[in-house]
Ligand binder design. Structure first.
Ligand code: KG4
Ligand code: ZN
Length: 377
């Protein structure tokens, strides 16, 4: 197999890449829409879909130009067709189907979450020293089998990957995704969008133990599910309490039923703001690290791959590295620009092509993840 085009439009980045099944990335272009969504504090689906319509052709053009390739030289078209925002997915899938039809090339749909895990493949990393690889980079590039955790704006899940195309979901969030909780807390603290990097920045000088915030492990001892909505609410009550007693020290939980006017809440400033951001970040990180540890214990698989936008978080990267050292695991976390949405990670499509797992033009989109191996046509 030569080169293939990869198209990613699941949420609010329009991205295209030219990859090979080695795997290798010949070009990767990402057009973000952060400025468009910033003033709403989160992604507005209709605005996202319209921006994809404007950006898709220039982004595809740029990816081909950077790779020095013409359309006719491509041997397949890969697209992330799930999970994501329906209006956004439809633009990428329509572009991919049109190209596959006109060029008469195979079409492959890949799961966006499996692609986030595949971004841990070090041969995709533009700068191999910018990712986390413990104890060293795997010389043969092998990252499967692994426990794969995806922590993004729309999803939080942990799965057992026996190969790039065979995986089993072990646990997922029952309410907010980890990135969504960063975005919502950032909005409450008036830190801007996207919330993850803003909270991380605000947390830098804060004390992670200043406020006592809940860590939720829903579903009993057998469960590897996640829940972040209670934590978000606890931050809200903490802000409300600080509005009433601005000089209060550590947090007591606000009694249930205490009324406050959400619109008039003022976020804390200075040290209190840094402490609250750091305490929130630490609570999210504690839960994610613990679930990884439990997934490793449960499966006996001693390799951990973590992807998605929240995997860019410095504190999470540090704490996962501590876990890997303590348990003597192999750990892989991609460089930052392969953590957030991109099309280079759709090099995963090469694994499907190698196995003859291709789709036809009836390929559809879905808002929910794929839960395992897809059947070949
Ligand atoms: O994977 P991604 O780019 O898009 C989705 O598939 O959702 O993830 C975006 C999410 C956003 O919620 C953003 O706030 C979060 O990743 N994020 C971070 C950081 N950078 C991005 N969260 C925490 N710390 C960061 N440094
Ligand atoms: Zn994503």
């Amino acid at each position: 197999m030569g080169s293939f085009l990869a198209i990613e439009t699941t949420c609010d980045e329009t991205a295209a890449a030219v990859c090979t099944d080695r795997p290798a990335v010949l070009s990767s272009i990402v057009a973000t829409q952060h400025e468009l969504h910033g003033r709403f504090g989160g992604v507005v689906p209709e605005i996202a879909a319209r921006a994809h319509v404007r950006q898709i052709i220039p982004v595809l053009d740029a990816a081909l130009r950077e790779a020095g390739m013409r359309l006719e030289e491509l041997e397949a078209v890969v697209v992330s067709n799930r999970p994501g925002l329906i209006g956004s997915l439809a633009i990428g899938l329509t572009a991919a189907k049109t190209l596959a039809l006109v060029l008469d090339r195979p079409l492959v749909g890949v799961d966006h979450l499996a692609a986030h895990v595949y971004a841990c493949h070090p041969w995709l990393w533009p700068d191999r020293s910018a990712g986390v690889a413990w104890p060293t980079l795997p010389a043969d590039g092998e990252i499967f089998p692994c426990v794969g955790m995806v922590v993004s704006g729309g999803h939080t899940s942990v799965s057992l990957f026996s190969s790039p195309v065979d995986y089993e979901l072990l646990g997922a969030t029952i309410d907010d995704a980890a990135g969504e909780s960063f975005d919502k807390v950032a909005q409450l603290l008036q830190l801007g969008y996207p919330g993850g990097p803003a909270v991380q920045r605000a947390a830098e000088s804060g004390d992670p133990h200043a406020f006592e915030l809940p860590r939720s492990f829903p579903g009993g001892p057998e469960s590897l599910n996640f829940s972040f909505s209670g934590l978000k609410t606890a931050v809200l009550y903490t802000v409300a309490r600080l509005n009433r007693a601005p000089n209060a020290g550590s947090a007591e939980r606000q009694p249930a039923g205490v009324a406050f006017d959400l619109a008039s809440l003022e976020p804390p400033k200075g040290k209190l703001l840094a402490d609250l951001a750091a305490s929130f970040q630490e609570a999210v990180v504690d839960v994610l690290v613990r679930r990884c540890e439990q997934a490793i214990e449960r499966t006996g698989v001693r390799r951990l791959c973590v992807g998605g936008g929240v995997a860019a978080n410095r504190r999470l990267r540090e704490r996962l590295l501590e876990l890997a050292r303590r348990l003597d695991l192999q750990l892989l976390i991609p460089p930052l620009r392969l953590c957030t949405d991109n099309a280079a990670m759709l090099a995963l499509g090469g694994e499907y092509l190698k196995r003859g797992l291709v789709d036809d033009l009836s390929l559809d989109i879905s808002s929910v993840p794929q839960r395992g191996r897809r059947r070949a046509h």
